[in-house]
Ligand binder design. Structure first.
Ligand SMILES: [Ca+2]
Ligand SMILES: [Ca+2]
Length: 293
């Protein structure tokens, strides 16, 4: 039955699709001469399936070739600076790549620019990449472009950040009253040069003062109750104000000019007697008791 060239393939049925297996039927096209050229309908993984036919048209073995990867789609570029922070306090930043290529061949290379004109060389893409911003404080944009494994190049994307290398400055410290003694309430006012991450820390002779009011880049008011001579010795008090700006720069001011603490006056004995007498007057209502003193 299968004599002569019965086992020799004289033609192939073929199929070209995105499945890794194919069940041939009589309807599949036949290839018996010339090159077999196939084109993908779009990006994706494609397979070429062949089934040999002998001269009498009987099917033999099947062969599956593939996957052949096609990627016609450009990748998408993106990045955030220092984990997405709006501010940075150094020109040396970390770019977290947010590039994607969907089901394509994958992002393989990236390049960066500070001005959109002068670009770095293509570098192998990594999840986090180091970059140096253009010098000088202010708003910065890093331009990013990526390339997939077959060479499709993305549009240019941007990542923005505000570079701030200047620490906040605290000025205009005033203590009211400026001369105090134990148990006095002192109001401390000052001004911060810029917005702060959190309200500044204020200490008097190392003891914490409490915030009354004040916010972001404006005047602050703190209150402090003068403590005993162990905590607040007599003489100029050291007041320290410190705080971080939004970029994390720490600023601090120390002053011994604003507040003087005086030794607590010892209450004279006559004063005590006088007070007791006055209380006695109200308690007893009698002039005789007052007279007795
Ligand atoms: Ca692609
Ligand atoms: Ca600053």
């Amino acid at each position: 039955m299968h004599g002569g060239n019965a086992y020799m393939a004289s033609a192939f049925q073929y199929a070209w699709d995105e499945s890794d297996a194919h069940f041939f039927s009589d309807g599949d096209p036949v290839w018996n001469a010339g090159p077999l050229e196939q084109y993908p309908a779009g990006s994706g993984a494609y397979y070429l399936h062949l089934q040999s036919l002998n001269a009498e048209g009987y099917p033999g073995d099947t062969l599956d070739y593939g996957p052949f990867m096609f990627d016609f789609d450009i990748p998408e570029a993106g990045a955030v600076i220092n984990g997405g922070s709006a501010y940075c306090n150094s020109a040396n930043v970390a770019l977290t790549l947010m590039c994607g290529d969907g089901m394509g061949s994958g992002v393989s290379h990236v390049k960066f620019s500070n001005d959109g004109a002068l670009w770095s060389n293509w570098e192998n893409a990594a999840p986090v990449m180091a970059w140096t911003l253009a010098p000088g404080d202010g708003a910065k944009t890093v331009h990013i472009q990526c390339r997939d494994a077959v060479g499709n190049v993305s549009e240019v994307a941007g990542a923005a950040v505000l570079l701030d290398t200047v620490a906040p400055v605290f000025t205009g410290l005033v203590a009211t009253p400026a001369v105090t003694t134990k148990d006095d309430a002192v109001l401390l006012t000052f001004t911060a040069s810029e917005a702060l991450l959190t309200p500044p820390e204020v200490t008097v002779n190392g003891n914490e003062a409490g915030r009354v009011s004040g916010k972001d880049g404006s005047s602050y008011t703190y209150s402090y109750i003068v403590q005993d001579s162990q905590h607040d010795p007599s003489g100029p008090a050291e007041i320290v104000v410190s705080g971080h700006d939004l970029a994390g720069n720490l600023g601090a001011m120390s002053s011994t000019d604003a507040l003087t603490i005086e030794e607590e006056e010892s209450v004279p004995a006559a004063g005590v007697i006088g007070l007791a007498a006055l209380l006695g007057l109200f308690a007893a209502g009698g002039a005789r008791r007052l007279k007795r003193r």
